[in-house]
Design a protein around this ligand. Structure first.
Ligand code: GLC
Length: 655
């Protein structure tokens, strides 16, 4: 049996030891549901207690959250089903085999490498202003410094010289920090996330009073860059707990590794007029349109890596429960299906654009996050027993990057090629592999595409290219190096040339252009929130600023980021930090936009911090992986397309 089973068994017996139980059970908390939290936050081992009201009060909302009646005594005791579950073996791909009872218990019990980290870790990092701890790869070697680190250092030096090395928060930043701290959600007295929006005048918050996984990422980065890691650690561990939730949409249960879109802390009455706090997740079963939050798990992995990189506390990602949770997400993403492409096949609304916008299939945003999550996992996975999984990740990484670089890329030359495509080619070496009819090239694109610059299209399916420019996917292709260095540069060039269209009065458009008229009817299903140039349909989302800034830092284009930040700074506070802006140039606050939207605030603060400290920001992106390229080029060479060597990799793929 693999290392997971061995180590979990070890852990279980350690914690199930009655001596430990007695000793540990003597601890008391005013709120039983806080027991588990203390376990996480303080790194103290105690959880399993002979008192039935202790550990098991942690998750009564497993029933409340789904408005299901409490069916039996087991449930009325609020015992997590994982604890009572019959032993059922979960088979995982790549030779892993985990007993789910053991695995679930490990979630509650693991302290494998839990440390009692104190804030000196942060001080150390911030005082030195350098990467003090480097991650190890699977061979246990330190990962080499990014090739371009010097470029970043030079930029830092330049900036520091320019402003005398002193960074003072502006009044707007101070306001932002106050608002961000007000948005913090506590569970049993500990910070675990931030609400999506915190407008005191909003009488109909819908689910904006919840902690969204994707929305929390910029908040997390703001806190991490500020040296406050506790909230991020708590968030990662509590959402991990929610992953193993029993979840159903009507009679169907989605995959085990699914992460919720959002969660809420609820106060639930128990006996004697007492209340306890419970976490209530939404996996899409209550969300408008019942959309599947495919991006949540990907963001979770990306954030887990960022936490390690910025705090230097790698013990979190090494924990057995964290490793198991990550493997469950990977398991879902890498599972075999009917797919012909290495890209992830998803339904409409499975990411930031979480309602019908015609992005079902293989949307770029999901592919770019998938790529970043795979690259993160490769760094995070502990070596023991993970070889097959790492091999699967490597295979997928190089197939995915080839697929996106080759088939999603458009610039003037490529559009001209498509314009002259022959169709109905039946053969292995067809040029027009996806049978794209040239008439599909929209007329706006013929005029719009600049002579220099290019971008990755929104989606690719048989006989279908979605030529819309989607900002998040393009930015994450730069950040994760899904695109080639030249493509990444060309994307930023395109944004620069098309500044009025993509930035306008407020950075940045979620996509360009909007779908209008009959197309709007068909594609959105007549969605009144997604009318042309509003919300997801060509609205401007200030939260995209931090990802733009990160991409600019990576590509050495800080001046572009600063220009965008200056625009945002002029309006965000004055406009009460809206969720999105409307109109072709992003001139007006969005029709149904929430105010005091947390990821708008956090995105702005994070951008500011990244510009002030690009070296720290550089921990959050990836450089080109030439080994991956080589594998890809060698695979192609077998089909007679190119020579096989590292040199060939550079010259053939880096076009
Ligand atoms: C909207 C956005 C989604 C976000 C949520 C909470 O539904 O489309 O991306 O997570 O609001 O802010």
């Amino acid at each position: 049996m693999n290392f997971i089973r061995n180590s979990t068994a070890k852990l279980s017996s350690r914690f199930l030891d009655p001596r430990n139980t007695l000793f540990l059970g003597s601890r008391h908390s005013s709120n039983p549901s806080c027991y588990e939290h203390e376990f996480f936050c303080k790194g103290k081992a105690f959880l399993l207690n002979s008192n039935k009201n202790s550990q098991f009060h942690a998750y009564p909302s497993r029933f409340l959250g789904f408005q299901r009646p409490i069916k039996n005594a087991q449930k009325s005791n609020c015992v997590p089903s994982s604890v009572f579950a019959q032993h059922r073996a979960i088979s995982m791909p790549y030779g892993l085999f985990v007993d789910d009872t053991v695995a679930s218990n490990v979630r509650y019990l693991s302290t494998s490498v839990e440390t009692n980290r104190n804030d000196s870790t942060f001080e150390r990092i911030h005082i030195q202003n350098s990467i003090s701890v480097k991650p190890k790869n699977l061979a246990g070697e330190e990962t080499p410094l990014d090739e371009d680190r010097n470029k970043v250092k030079n930029t830092v030096k330049g900036l520091e010289e320019g402003k005398g090395g002193v960074s003072i928060d502006s009044d707007i930043e101070k306001e932002g920090w106050n608002l961000l701290r007000d948005a913090v959600v506590k569970y049993c007295g500990y910070p675990i996330g931030t609400v999506a929006a915190n407008d005191p005048c909003d009488k109909m918050p819908l689910n904006y009073d919840q902690v969204f996984i994707r929305d929390f990422v910029p908040s997390a980065l703001a806190f991490l860059l500020k040296g406050e890691g506790e909230i991020v650690k708590n968030f990662l561990l509590h959402t991990l707990q929610l992953q193993s939730w029993e979840k159903t949409v009507d009679c169907y249960s989605p995959g085990q590794g699914l992460m919720p879109a959002s969660f809420k802390v609820r106060s639930v009455p128990i006996d004697d007029n007492k209340f306890e706090e419970v976490l209530d997740p939404d996996f899409g079963e209550a969300a408008i349109g019942r959309v599947a939050p495919v991006d949540s798990g990907l963001w979770w992995i990306i954030l887990l890596r960022a936490y390690g990189k910025i705090t230097g506390d790698y013990s979190l990602q090494e924990r057995v429960d964290v490793q198991t949770g990550m493997k469950l997400i990977l398991n879902l993403c890498l599972a075999d299906g009917f797919d012909m492409f290495p890209s992830l096949l998803v339904t409409d609304g499975s990411c930031m654009i979480d309602r019908r916008m015609g992005i079902h299939g293989h949307p770029l945003e999901i592919q770019a996050l998938f790529y970043a999550a795979l690259r993160s996992s490769r760094e995070i996975l502990t070596s023991e027993g993970s070889n097959n999984l790492v091999r699967a990740i490597n295979n997928r990484l190089n197939a995915l990057s080839f697929h996106i670089r080759e088939y999603y890329w458009v610039d003037m030359k490529k559009i001209n090629e498509i314009y002259r495509y022959k169709t109905e080619e039946y053969s292995m070496d067809a040029t027009n592999k996806f049978n794209i009819y040239p008439e599909q090239i929209p007329s706006w694109l013929m005029d719009w595409i600049p002579e220099k610059g290019g971008y990755l299209i929104g989606n690719l399916q048989p006989a279908h290219m979605d030529f819309r420019f989607f900002t998040l996917g393009n930015l994450w292709s730069i950040v994760s190096s899904l695109g080639t260095p030249r493509q990444n540069e060309a994307i930023l060039n395109l944004i620069e040339y098309k500044w009025n269209d993509i930035v306008g009065h407020m950075p940045l458009k979620i996509c360009y252009p909007a779908v209008e008229n009959e197309e709007w009817r068909i594609i959105t299903g007549c969605d009144p929130k997604n009318t042309p140039w509003s919300y997801h349909n060509g609205g401007s989302w200030p939260t995209l600023l931090w990802q733009f800034t990160l991409a600019c830092v990576k590509m050495g284009r800080l001046e572009l980021a600063q220009k965008a930040i200056a625009l945002a700074e002029k309006r965000l506070s004055r406009d009460h930090w809206p969720e999105y802006y409307d109109t072709r140039s992003g001139k007006f606050i969005g029709k149904q936009s929430r105010l005091y939207q947390t990821w708008t605030i956090a995105g702005f603060l994070t951008s500011k911090m990244m510009v002030k400290n690009p070296e720290m920001a550089s921990l959050l992106f990836w450089e080109e992986d030439l080994d991956l390229l080589e594998i890809c080029v060698c695979a192609l060479s077998k089909s007679g397309r190119v020579r096989c060597s590292r040199g060939a990799a550079k010259s053939q793929i880096l076009v």
